[in-house]
Design a binder for this molecule. Structure first.
Ligand code: SAM
Length: 266
Protein backbone atom coordinates (compact mmCIF):
# COMPACT_ATOMS: atom_id res chain seq x y z
CA UNK A 1 0.00 0.00 0.00
CA UNK A 2 1.11 3.55 -0.72
CA UNK A 3 2.50 5.25 2.39
CA UNK A 4 0.12 8.01 3.31
CA UNK A 5 1.42 11.21 4.89
CA UNK A 6 0.35 12.21 8.38
CA UNK A 7 -2.37 14.83 7.92
CA UNK A 8 -2.91 16.57 11.22
CA UNK A 9 -6.34 18.09 10.71
CA UNK A 10 -9.16 17.08 8.39
CA UNK A 11 -10.78 19.52 5.96
CA UNK A 12 -13.26 21.87 7.52
CA UNK A 13 -16.42 23.48 6.21
CA UNK A 14 -15.93 26.85 4.56
CA UNK A 15 -18.30 28.74 6.85
CA UNK A 16 -15.81 28.96 9.76
CA UNK A 17 -12.87 30.30 7.77
CA UNK A 18 -10.87 33.27 9.14
CA UNK A 19 -10.28 36.31 6.87
CA UNK A 20 -6.78 35.00 6.03
CA UNK A 21 -8.09 31.53 5.24
CA UNK A 22 -10.74 33.05 2.98
CA UNK A 23 -8.01 34.95 1.12
CA UNK A 24 -5.51 32.10 0.76
CA UNK A 25 -8.00 29.26 0.77
CA UNK A 26 -10.66 28.17 -1.69
CA UNK A 27 -10.12 30.53 -4.66
CA UNK A 28 -6.45 31.60 -4.61
CA UNK A 29 -5.51 28.15 -3.38
CA UNK A 30 -7.21 26.56 -6.38
CA UNK A 31 -5.19 28.58 -8.92
CA UNK A 32 -1.88 28.95 -7.00
CA UNK A 33 -0.15 25.78 -8.33
CA UNK A 34 -0.17 27.28 -11.85
CA UNK A 35 2.46 29.76 -10.61
CA UNK A 36 4.90 26.84 -10.46
CA UNK A 37 5.01 26.83 -14.26
CA UNK A 38 6.29 30.38 -14.54
CA UNK A 39 9.95 31.12 -15.19
CA UNK A 40 10.36 33.70 -12.38
CA UNK A 41 8.97 31.25 -9.83
CA UNK A 42 11.23 28.45 -11.16
CA UNK A 43 14.22 30.76 -10.73
CA UNK A 44 13.10 31.59 -7.18
CA UNK A 45 12.95 27.86 -6.42
CA UNK A 46 16.40 27.35 -7.97
CA UNK A 47 17.86 30.02 -5.66
CA UNK A 48 16.22 28.41 -2.61
CA UNK A 49 17.59 25.05 -3.75
CA UNK A 50 21.07 26.50 -3.98
CA UNK A 51 20.85 27.84 -0.42
CA UNK A 52 19.30 24.90 1.46
CA UNK A 53 21.48 22.06 2.63
CA UNK A 54 19.37 19.35 4.28
CA UNK A 55 21.29 16.14 5.04
CA UNK A 56 20.60 12.60 6.19
CA UNK A 57 18.92 12.32 9.59
CA UNK A 58 17.95 16.00 9.86
CA UNK A 59 14.54 17.42 10.66
CA UNK A 60 13.25 20.39 8.62
CA UNK A 61 10.05 22.41 8.50
CA UNK A 62 8.60 24.51 5.67
CA UNK A 63 6.33 27.29 6.97
CA UNK A 64 3.47 28.45 4.72
CA UNK A 65 4.20 25.59 2.39
CA UNK A 66 1.52 26.43 -0.22
CA UNK A 67 1.32 23.84 -2.97
CA UNK A 68 4.53 22.32 -1.63
CA UNK A 69 7.25 23.15 -4.17
CA UNK A 70 9.80 23.59 -1.35
CA UNK A 71 8.95 20.17 0.01
CA UNK A 72 10.13 18.67 -3.30
CA UNK A 73 13.35 20.70 -3.07
CA UNK A 74 14.22 19.69 0.50
CA UNK A 75 13.27 16.08 -0.19
CA UNK A 76 15.30 15.81 -3.37
CA UNK A 77 18.32 17.63 -1.98
CA UNK A 78 18.44 15.28 1.02
CA UNK A 79 17.87 12.34 -1.39
CA UNK A 80 14.89 11.40 0.79
CA UNK A 81 17.29 10.74 3.69
CA UNK A 82 15.88 13.44 5.94
CA UNK A 83 14.51 12.02 9.20
CA UNK A 84 11.38 14.18 9.09
CA UNK A 85 10.02 16.97 6.92
CA UNK A 86 7.15 19.02 8.31
CA UNK A 87 4.92 21.14 6.05
CA UNK A 88 2.80 23.77 7.76
CA UNK A 89 0.05 25.89 6.22
CA UNK A 90 -3.08 27.77 7.17
CA UNK A 91 -5.38 26.31 4.56
CA UNK A 92 -6.74 22.89 3.74
CA UNK A 93 -6.71 23.72 0.03
CA UNK A 94 -2.92 24.23 -0.03
CA UNK A 95 -2.28 21.15 2.12
CA UNK A 96 -4.44 19.10 -0.25
CA UNK A 97 -2.24 20.22 -3.17
CA UNK A 98 0.81 19.07 -1.25
CA UNK A 99 -0.82 15.73 -0.41
CA UNK A 100 -1.36 15.11 -4.11
CA UNK A 101 2.32 15.62 -4.98
CA UNK A 102 3.69 13.34 -2.24
CA UNK A 103 3.18 10.05 -4.13
CA UNK A 104 5.53 11.36 -6.83
CA UNK A 105 8.47 11.84 -4.45
CA UNK A 106 11.41 9.53 -5.00
CA UNK A 107 12.28 7.61 -2.90
CA UNK A 108 8.78 7.16 -1.55
CA UNK A 109 8.48 8.64 1.98
CA UNK A 110 8.18 6.25 4.92
CA UNK A 111 5.08 6.47 7.12
CA UNK A 112 5.31 9.75 9.07
CA UNK A 113 8.49 10.93 7.35
CA UNK A 114 6.53 13.82 5.89
CA UNK A 115 4.07 15.45 8.26
CA UNK A 116 1.41 18.01 7.28
CA UNK A 117 0.23 20.46 9.91
CA UNK A 118 -2.57 22.98 9.66
CA UNK A 119 -1.55 25.97 11.78
CA UNK A 120 -1.97 29.75 11.77
CA UNK A 121 1.39 31.56 11.90
CA UNK A 122 -0.21 34.32 13.93
CA UNK A 123 0.04 31.86 16.83
CA UNK A 124 3.11 30.42 18.59
CA UNK A 125 4.72 27.69 16.48
CA UNK A 126 3.56 24.24 17.62
CA UNK A 127 7.14 22.95 18.04
CA UNK A 128 9.71 22.38 20.79
CA UNK A 129 12.78 24.57 21.36
CA UNK A 130 15.70 23.52 19.10
CA UNK A 131 13.62 20.86 17.35
CA UNK A 132 14.81 21.58 13.79
CA UNK A 133 17.98 21.51 11.68
CA UNK A 134 16.42 23.78 9.09
CA UNK A 135 13.48 26.11 8.52
CA UNK A 136 12.26 27.38 5.16
CA UNK A 137 9.50 29.92 4.56
CA UNK A 138 8.93 31.34 1.09
CA UNK A 139 6.68 34.32 0.39
CA UNK A 140 4.84 34.05 3.67
CA UNK A 141 6.42 35.50 6.83
CA UNK A 142 6.10 39.14 5.78
CA UNK A 143 2.37 38.53 5.06
CA UNK A 144 1.60 37.68 8.69
CA UNK A 145 -0.10 40.75 10.16
CA UNK A 146 -0.26 39.59 13.79
CA UNK A 147 1.76 37.24 15.91
CA UNK A 148 0.93 36.46 19.54
CA UNK A 149 -0.57 39.89 20.16
CA UNK A 150 2.12 41.81 18.19
CA UNK A 151 1.29 43.75 15.02
CA UNK A 152 3.18 44.89 11.91
CA UNK A 153 6.99 44.92 12.18
CA UNK A 154 6.74 43.76 15.81
CA UNK A 155 4.83 40.68 14.60
CA UNK A 156 7.59 39.93 12.07
CA UNK A 157 10.27 40.32 14.77
CA UNK A 158 8.31 37.98 17.04
CA UNK A 159 8.00 35.44 14.21
CA UNK A 160 11.74 35.51 13.55
CA UNK A 161 12.35 34.94 17.27
CA UNK A 162 9.98 31.97 17.09
CA UNK A 163 11.90 30.54 14.13
CA UNK A 164 15.11 31.06 16.10
CA UNK A 165 13.60 29.27 19.13
CA UNK A 166 12.74 26.10 17.16
CA UNK A 167 16.15 25.88 15.43
CA UNK A 168 19.25 24.17 16.78
CA UNK A 169 22.40 26.30 17.09
CA UNK A 170 24.04 26.85 13.67
CA UNK A 171 20.93 25.47 11.91
CA UNK A 172 19.75 27.07 8.68
CA UNK A 173 16.91 29.52 8.06
CA UNK A 174 16.12 30.15 4.38
CA UNK A 175 13.22 32.44 3.53
CA UNK A 176 11.97 34.78 0.83
CA UNK A 177 9.86 37.90 0.68
CA UNK A 178 8.62 40.38 -1.90
CA UNK A 179 11.05 43.32 -1.99
CA UNK A 180 10.36 46.87 -0.83
CA UNK A 181 8.00 48.54 -3.35
CA UNK A 182 7.42 45.23 -5.12
CA UNK A 183 5.94 45.35 -8.62
CA UNK A 184 4.24 42.03 -9.34
CA UNK A 185 3.30 43.14 -12.86
CA UNK A 186 6.99 42.56 -13.71
CA UNK A 187 6.64 38.95 -12.54
CA UNK A 188 3.51 38.57 -14.68
CA UNK A 189 5.26 39.96 -17.77
CA UNK A 190 8.31 37.75 -17.20
CA UNK A 191 5.95 34.74 -17.05
CA UNK A 192 4.75 35.21 -20.64
CA UNK A 193 6.11 31.86 -21.87
CA UNK A 194 4.01 29.90 -19.38
CA UNK A 195 0.96 32.12 -19.85
CA UNK A 196 1.06 31.83 -23.65
CA UNK A 197 1.99 28.14 -23.72
CA UNK A 198 -0.26 26.70 -26.47
CA UNK A 199 -0.24 23.33 -24.65
CA UNK A 200 -1.60 24.96 -21.47
CA UNK A 201 -4.46 27.17 -22.62
CA UNK A 202 -5.78 27.32 -19.04
CA UNK A 203 -2.79 29.50 -18.17
CA UNK A 204 -4.43 32.30 -20.18
CA UNK A 205 -6.91 32.37 -17.30
CA UNK A 206 -4.58 31.43 -14.42
CA UNK A 207 -1.90 34.02 -15.23
CA UNK A 208 -4.13 37.13 -14.97
CA UNK A 209 -6.07 35.56 -12.07
CA UNK A 210 -2.84 35.09 -10.07
CA UNK A 211 -1.81 38.65 -10.98
CA UNK A 212 -5.09 39.99 -9.53
CA UNK A 213 -4.29 38.32 -6.18
CA UNK A 214 -0.67 39.46 -6.37
CA UNK A 215 -1.82 43.05 -6.84
CA UNK A 216 -3.97 42.78 -3.71
CA UNK A 217 -0.88 41.56 -1.85
CA UNK A 218 1.17 44.42 -3.33
CA UNK A 219 -1.44 46.93 -2.11
CA UNK A 220 -1.28 45.50 1.41
CA UNK A 221 2.50 45.88 1.24
CA UNK A 222 2.17 49.54 0.23
CA UNK A 223 -0.31 50.19 3.05
CA UNK A 224 2.07 48.64 5.58
CA UNK A 225 -0.27 45.74 6.44
CA UNK A 226 2.40 43.43 5.02
CA UNK A 227 6.07 44.04 5.85
CA UNK A 228 7.87 44.41 2.51
CA UNK A 229 10.78 46.29 4.04
CA UNK A 230 14.11 47.53 2.63
CA UNK A 231 16.73 44.75 2.61
CA UNK A 232 18.97 46.42 5.22
CA UNK A 233 16.06 46.56 7.64
CA UNK A 234 15.40 42.82 7.23
CA UNK A 235 19.08 42.12 7.89
CA UNK A 236 19.00 44.14 11.14
CA UNK A 237 15.82 42.37 12.30
CA UNK A 238 17.39 38.99 11.50
CA UNK A 239 20.57 39.84 13.43
CA UNK A 240 18.56 41.06 16.41
CA UNK A 241 16.53 37.85 16.36
CA UNK A 242 19.75 35.81 16.72
CA UNK A 243 20.83 34.99 13.15
CA UNK A 244 24.24 35.33 11.47
CA UNK A 245 25.99 34.33 8.22
CA UNK A 246 23.30 36.22 6.34
CA UNK A 247 23.41 35.80 2.56
CA UNK A 248 21.09 37.64 0.18
CA UNK A 249 20.08 37.07 -3.44
CA UNK A 250 17.42 38.61 -5.68
CA UNK A 251 15.05 36.57 -7.79
CA UNK A 252 11.42 36.33 -9.06
CA UNK A 253 11.98 38.87 -11.85
CA UNK A 254 13.99 40.84 -9.23
CA UNK A 255 10.83 41.31 -7.15
CA UNK A 256 11.79 38.98 -4.29
CA UNK A 257 14.68 38.73 -1.86
CA UNK A 258 16.02 35.33 -0.85
CA UNK A 259 17.78 35.14 2.53
CA UNK A 260 19.93 32.40 3.99
CA UNK A 261 21.18 32.60 7.58
CA UNK A 262 22.14 30.41 10.51
CA UNK A 263 21.23 30.52 14.19
CA UNK A 264 23.90 32.24 16.27
CA UNK A 265 25.26 30.45 19.33
CA UNK A 266 23.74 31.98 22.50
C1 SAM B 1 2.32 33.12 -1.51
S1 SAM B 1 1.96 31.58 -0.82
C2 SAM B 1 3.59 30.86 -0.74
C3 SAM B 1 3.55 29.36 -0.78
C4 SAM B 1 4.89 28.66 -0.86
N1 SAM B 1 5.70 28.91 0.29
C5 SAM B 1 5.61 29.05 -2.10
O1 SAM B 1 6.67 29.68 -2.02
O2 SAM B 1 5.12 28.75 -3.19
C6 SAM B 1 1.62 31.94 0.87
C7 SAM B 1 1.26 30.72 1.67
O3 SAM B 1 1.23 31.08 3.06
C8 SAM B 1 0.08 30.54 3.67
N2 SAM B 1 -0.31 31.41 4.78
C9 SAM B 1 -0.80 32.67 4.70
N3 SAM B 1 -1.08 33.14 5.92
C10 SAM B 1 -0.77 32.13 6.79
C11 SAM B 1 -0.86 32.00 8.20
N4 SAM B 1 -1.35 32.99 8.96
N5 SAM B 1 -0.45 30.84 8.76
C12 SAM B 1 0.05 29.83 8.00
N6 SAM B 1 0.15 29.89 6.66
C13 SAM B 1 -0.26 31.03 6.05
C14 SAM B 1 -0.97 30.52 2.56
O4 SAM B 1 -2.00 29.60 2.82
C15 SAM B 1 -0.13 30.14 1.36
O5 SAM B 1 -0.04 28.77 1.20
Amino acid sequence: MQNTPTYAKASEGRQNLSEEEKFWGPKYGSIYPALEESEPYQKLLAQIEEFVDPIQGEKWVDLGTGSGALIDIIWNKSKGQISQLVALDLTDVMLEHLKRRLPFLKPEPREGQIKLIKHDLSKRLPFEDEEFDGVTASLVLTYIENHEGQKGIEALKALFSEVNRILKTHAQFVWTTPKYKVNFTKVFLASWKAILNPKKLKNLYYGPAILRYALKIQKKGKKGDYQFLPEEQFIKILENAGFENIKVEHSFAKQAIVFSSTKKQK
